[in-house]
Design a protein around this ligand. Structure first.
Ligand code: C2E
Ligand code: MG
Ligand code: MG
Length: 284
């Protein structure tokens, strides 16, 4: 396949296969038309994963994770978000998924919050913030029900503009959470200035914490740091009962992971999560 042919590949899966050949090229030019068409066909939607309180197993709410309902199968964000960022379709994808979420919000307990992920590129642009606030308003979503998850990577070389934009989101009523905390290669100084409500401990630490005392020490330090700052903390990627019990003993406030529930297009409506109360024998 030559470059000209790659440029006109109409199908995302074919484009991905072409990339798999190791060819470097104008990857976005293959996929941009496909992503735009997919937005028009409203193929982006959220799956929801529960976030659960360790103290009483109640639901804090859900993290919304975007999916692409492609004719060839469901496409996960790792395979298209970076292209959407480069080609400027990320905001349209977010709008498409968010309009589906507004229906979910109507039928769920108003006390439940929904977390959505933001790309670093979105945070840099003031007009993007205004567009989002307007969109949320037009969908009838109450901002206090939404938490915006930003990664530490978004804060590398934190500019006054980005800081101002985060402040604008906060002022509009959204909560802010720092996602994948501990992996962003950032200093900690920005925590003084950022109006953050929650830290989310990266799943790499949670995965290793039972076997590795060092990972466990890092998790405990992040929990203490969050509490010292007067904010809450979520452990991501909780898959086993020993991890859950260890996090509970450390007084980590919330947990999220396959043990508590996988991302799903359907919200079950239950208010407490049974898997949070493991039978004693499973702790052996
Ligand atoms: P994230 O925000 O850190 O989301 C958590 C990811 O870990 C999700 O992958 C989720 O399915 C997965 N996960 C949850 N529990 C477990 C577990 O117990 N074990 C394991 N192994 N994995 C678990 P997903 O849905 O593929 O999303 C990957 C990343 O894509 C997200 O990481 C987030 O950074 C990004 N993303 C997702 N939705 C959006 C979106 O709407 N916009 C943007 N800009 N990025 C998004
Ligand atoms: Mg997230
Ligand atoms: Mg994360």
């Amino acid at each position: 396949m030559n470059l000209h042919e790659i440029d006109v590949v109409p199908d995302w899966f074919a484009a991905r296969a072409a990339l798999g050949t190791g060819r470097t090229g104008p990857t976005w030019s293959m996929i941009r038309p496909t992503l735009r068409e997919a937005v028009k066909r409203r193929e982006f939607y959220y799956e929801y994963q529960p976030i659960v309180s360790t103290s009483d197993c109640s639901l804090l709410g859900y993290e919304a994770l975007v999916r692409w309902r492609h004719a060839g199968g469901t496409v996960l964000p790792a395979d298209f978000i970076w292209i959407a960022e480069q080609t400027g379709t990320i905001a349209d994808i977010q709008s498409c998924a968010l309009s589906g979420m507004s229906e979910a919000l109507v039928v769920t307990d108003p006390g439940l919050t929904f977390a959505i992920n933001w790309s670093p590129s979105q945070l840099m642009r003031c007009e993007e913030i205004a567009r989002f606030i307007e969109l949320v308003h037009s969908l009838g979503i109450v901002p206090s029900r939404l938490t915006i998850e930003i990664t530490e990577g978004s804060l590398l070389n934190l500019s006054a503009a980005t800081l101002g934009n985060i402040g604008r989101l906060k002022q509009a009523g959204f909560a802010i959470a720092l996602d994948d905390f501990g992996t962003g290669y950032c200093g900690l100084g920005y925590l003084k200035d950022l109006p953050v409500e929650r830290l989310k401990i990266d799943q790499s630490f949670v995965r290793d914490m039972v076997a590795s005392p060092k990972a466990r020490t890092i998790v405990a330090a992040i929990v203490d740091l969050a509490h010292g700052l007067g904010i809450s903390v979520v452990a991501e990627g909780v898959e086993t009962v020993p991890q859950l019990e260890m996090l509970r003993a450390m007084q980590c406030d919330y947990v999220q992971g396959f043990l508590l529930g996988r991302p799903s297009a359907w919200i079950s409506g239950v208010s407490t999560i049974a898997a949070c109360h493991p039978p004693a024998e499973s702790l052996q």
